[in-house]
Ligand binder design. Structure first.
Ligand code: NDP
Length: 329
């Protein structure tokens, strides 16, 4: 038996989340690798699943947890054997396949990637989908030709999981980072991660003009809505904007003007179905670029039981950085 968070649907359609004990027989049949999970995380999407605020859970009952790291216990998949260390991000795990906020999981070997050399399960989950997505955004900016000397790079939702890691990675790569946040009290935190300037997100969150004064060489946006539209409208000629999130909203109330008059590029970033080669490249970069002292500033460790209370807080934008879940605690 092992501990897990289990989600069930109440008669009124709301979500019931509780800590329970499961056994291997309750794990999904369509997995070919059984794993011991050491650490998982609470990402924004896990917050949506546990609270039921958005219909991200497609099968019931469900174990949430889109991320996991630990060790293979048993495998019928050719690439995996008992004792191998793995990282798992996305692929619908925690949405339509039982996830990793659990002592054990039964996953598909095709979804797992090998733990980068020298990285612990805890470090991998302190980074989690949020950090891996931040790296996908930074890689996309670099591929679009945005270089450290080109000018300021804006990171929105900067005190959140994606934002914090993006600030740190970009600053370490030599970019001049401007961190947009609703938590101005966290200005010192953002500066300690490497932000050159901290700005109040209120300057970006209301409706703005289609073309505004050119400022950003690049943008990492995890917020969407007016913030994304304003960021695009303020991006310099030929600059690039990566869009990965919707913390403010799923809408994009923008104009084509920045695209057709300034050649601004808008790059969508998805972590969930990203191909394995892209994931491995991102995790390899994370292994070499993320430093322990930086991650310690960003990370807070919580237990499985505490994860239930933290889920609504991440949706309310109250979490600073990353929540790593010790599933054995
Ligand atoms: P967090 O909750 O950790 O961070 C989101 C941050 O956005 C908050 O901390 C807050 O930062 C800011 N924010 C919250 N509400 C608002 C609002 N109403 N208006 C403006 N800013 C707001 O979440 P994550 O970092 O884990 O995820 C961020 C987003 O990225 C989510 O929408 C998530 O679904 C998405 N995502 C997408 C992925 C993909 O594959 N495309 C993968 C991972 C995440 P501050 O207070 O500093 O402004």
């Amino acid at each position: 038996m092992f501990n897990a968070i289990l989600l069930n649907k109440n008669e009124d359609g709301s979500t019931k989340a509780e800590i329970t004990q499961l056994d291997d027989a309750q794990l999904p049949e369509d997995g070919d690798v059984t794993v011991a999970v050491d650490y998982s995380t609470i990402n924004y999407k896990d917050g949506l699943a546990i609270t039921g605020k958005s219909p991200v859970v497609r099968k019931w009952p469900m174990v949430p947890g889109i991320d996991g790291a630990g060790t293979v216990i048993a495998s019928s998949h050719a690439s995996w054997k008992a004792g191998d260390a793995f990282v798992l991000n996305g692929w619908g795990v925690g949405e339509n396949h039982m996830g990793c906020l659990s002592g054990r999981a039964k996953l598909k070997g095709d979804w797992l990637i090998p733990m980068p050399q020298g990285m612990s399960s805890r470090t991998a989950m302190a980074i989690g989908t949020a950090g891996y997505t931040a790296m996908l955004c930074v890689m996309a900016l670099a591929e679009q030709g945005v270089k450290p000397g080109d000018g300021e790079v804006l990171v929105t939702g900067a005190s959140g999981g994606v934002g914090s890691v993006a600030v740190a990675i970009l600053a370490a790569r030599g970019y001049k980072v401007v961190a947009s946040t609703g938590k101005l009290a966290e200005a010192d935190y953002l500066t300690s991660l490497g932000a050159a300037e901290v700005m109040d997100r209120a300057a970006l969150s209301a409706a703005g003009k289609p073309l505004q004064k050119e400022r950003w060489a690049g943008v990492v946006d995890s917020v969407g809505s007016h913030t994304l539209a304003n960021a695009v409208a303020q991006t310099r000629y030929g600059g690039a904007v990566t869009a990965c999130g919707l913390a403010q909203g799923m809408d994009f109330p923008g104009s084509v003007a920045p695209f057709i008059l300034r050649g601004v590029k808008l790059i969508g970033v998805d972590s969930v179905m990203a191909p394995q080669a892209r994931r491995i490249a991102a995790w390899s970069n994370l292994a070499s670029e993320i430093k322990d002292d930086m991650l310690a500033k960003i990370t807070q460790e919580i237990s499985l039981a505490e994860a239930l209370a933290w889920a609504p807080k991440i949706l309310a934008g109250e979490v600073r950085g990353r929540l790593v879940v010790n599933v054995k605690a």
